[in-house]
Every structure is written in C-alpha cells, then in structure tokens.
Design a protein around this ligand. Structure first.
Ligand SMILES: NC(=O)c1ccc[n+]([C@@H]2O[C@H](COP(=O)([O-])OP(=O)(O)OC[C@H]3O[C@@H](n4cnc5c(N)ncnc54)[C@H](O)[C@@H]3O)[C@@H](O)[C@H]2O)c1
Length: 233
C-alpha cells in the first residue's frame, strides 16, 4: 500500500457546523493530514439557507478553485427536547441542501454526512429522566431521531446520484462526553461495549478514512462510531 493513499495534502475540505464540540477536533485532524480546511458555522454557512450555501460555495470556489471534501457536520444535537420543525430543518433539510448544492459544485471527491445512534435505534428514555446538560433537562426528541434516520437514507440516495465521481458516506457517532450529568454518563456508558462515552476527537479518524483514498471503494456506507452501543441487544 503506497503512503499516498493516506494523503489529504492540498485537499480542500469544507466542514459545516464546525464551532461546536466536535468541529474543532475535525479541523485539527484534517489540518494535520495536510488539507486546506474551511471551517464554517451558521454565520459563514447556514445549512438551512440556499442563499447562504450558494454564497459560501461561490466564495470558496473563487478562493480555492474547488471543493474536494464536504463534511455535513452541522446539527441541532437534540440534547434537549426540541421543536420538530427546527430539528428537521437543520439536520435533514440542511444535509439535503448541502449535498445537493455543494455536491453539484464538486467535480470529484467525498461527502461525509453525520447521523446519530438515534437514527438507528430507539433511545432508552429512562436514561434521560432527571438528567441535565448545561443546566437544562436532557432528552431525545422524535424530530432528532427521524432527522438522523433520514440522513442515513439521504446518504444512500446521494451516493447513487453522484457515483462514480463523488463518494457519499455517513458516520454515526454515539454520545460524546461533554460534562453531562454524572448519573447519565454512568447509565449511558453501561450501554456501550467499551464502557464509556466517546471523546470529542474520536469521530475525526473515521472522517479522514472516508475522505481519503483509503476508502476508495466505499460509498453509500454508514460507519457507527459508538463504542458498540448499536451492535448490542
Ligand atoms: N454530541 C453528541 O453527543 C453527538 C452524538 C451523535 C451525533 N452528533 C452529531 O455530530 C454533529 C456535530 O455535533 P457536535 O457534537 O459538535 O455538537 P454541537 O451542538 O456542539 O455542534 C453543532 C454545530 O452545528 C451548528 N449549527 C446549528 N445550526 C446550524 C445551521 N443552521 N447552519 C450551520 N451550522 C449550524 C451549531 O452552531 C454548532 O456549532 C451534529 O450533526 C450532531 O447531531 C453529536
């Protein structure tokens, strides 16, 4: 295997929703791999607005000439019970619009969508009773589950639409540790095979894999990065 297969040197990588928990870790990982990273959040690229997406694409193509990798990382994370319309708009419509508009502007390369374990399995809601995150009650909304299930379906659709020039894959993170309620962390961790929540940088490696030629024959796939949670009954 040649070393160049790992290489993302000079690749133009666009990441949406990059100012949250995981985004900065993804930026560090791609930068360390030699990529030119364009880290955006809602101010630079609002995934719910076609105007905002079009403007960002125009600016990036003007400056860098192309986009090689798109990471659709933006999300309303569903840590709290949340509004159906807003969650669907950001997670599902936002991913759709970015796949459609930015994908159409890419000549080749890789798109990586971000789902969640609750797009694959139903939540054990008892874990969330009385749990708090940043002073607010925690929960998983129906909109979050539906939107993240939809992201996996969108991944397969766009993989088919854009083949063979663009590969489209999905990552499915489990819960990322971010100083949640101690009791919640204990209960959640017990559900995983690895006995803990994910560290904030543990999804980045899968992104590098799916962005590079290491995964040159992988498209339409979903990679669970969940410590084995969804693999266990
Ligand atoms: N944190 C977790 O436990 C977890 C678990 C599974 C999946 N995920 C997914 O991972 C991805 C990254 O989330 P995170 O963990 O960094 O959480 P986060 O909430 O810290 O980050 C999400 C980011 O998306 C941005 N965003 C929201 N609406 C946007 C919009 N309209 N346009 C552009 N950006 C917007 C937010 O400003 C924020 O910076 C999300 O898709 C999330 O659903 C997170």
């Amino acid at each position: 295997m040649s070393k160049s297969i790992f290489n993302l040197e000079g690749k133009v990588v666009l990441i949406t929703g990059a100012a949250g928990i995981q985004g900065p870790e993804h930026v560090k990982a791609f930068t360390a791999a030699g990529a030119k990273v364009i880290a955006t959040d809602i101010k630079e690229l609002d995934v719910t607005s076609t105007d905002s997406i079009n403007q960002a694409v125009k600016k990036i193509i003007g400056e860098y000439g192309r986009i090689d990798v798109l990471v659709n990382n933006a999300g309303a994370t569903g840590k709290y019970a949340a509004d159906w319309d807003q969650i669907i708009k950001v997670n599902l419509t936002g991913t759709y619009l970015c796949c459609q508009i930015i994908g159409a502007a890419m000549k080749q390369g890789s798109i990586i969508n971000v789902s969640s374990i609750y797009g694959l399995v139903g939540p054990d809601l008892s874990m969330y009773e009385q749990a708090e995150y940043a002073g607010k009650p925690m929960g998983v909304s129906a909109g979050y589950a539906a939107s993240k299930g939809g992201v996996i379906a969108l991944t397969k659709y766009f993989a088919s639409l854009y083949a063979p020039k663009i590969r489209v894959n999905c990552v499915t993170p489990g819960g990322i540790f971010d100083n949640q309620d101690e009791n919640f962390v204990k209960k959640y961790s017990a559900k995983t095979m690895l006995g803990r929540m994910a560290k904030r940088n543990e999804v980045s490696g899968a992104l590098l894999y799916l962005a590079s030629d290491l995964s040159s024959y992988v498209t339409g796939a979903n990679l669970a990065i969940d410590g084995g949670l969804t693999a266990r009954a």
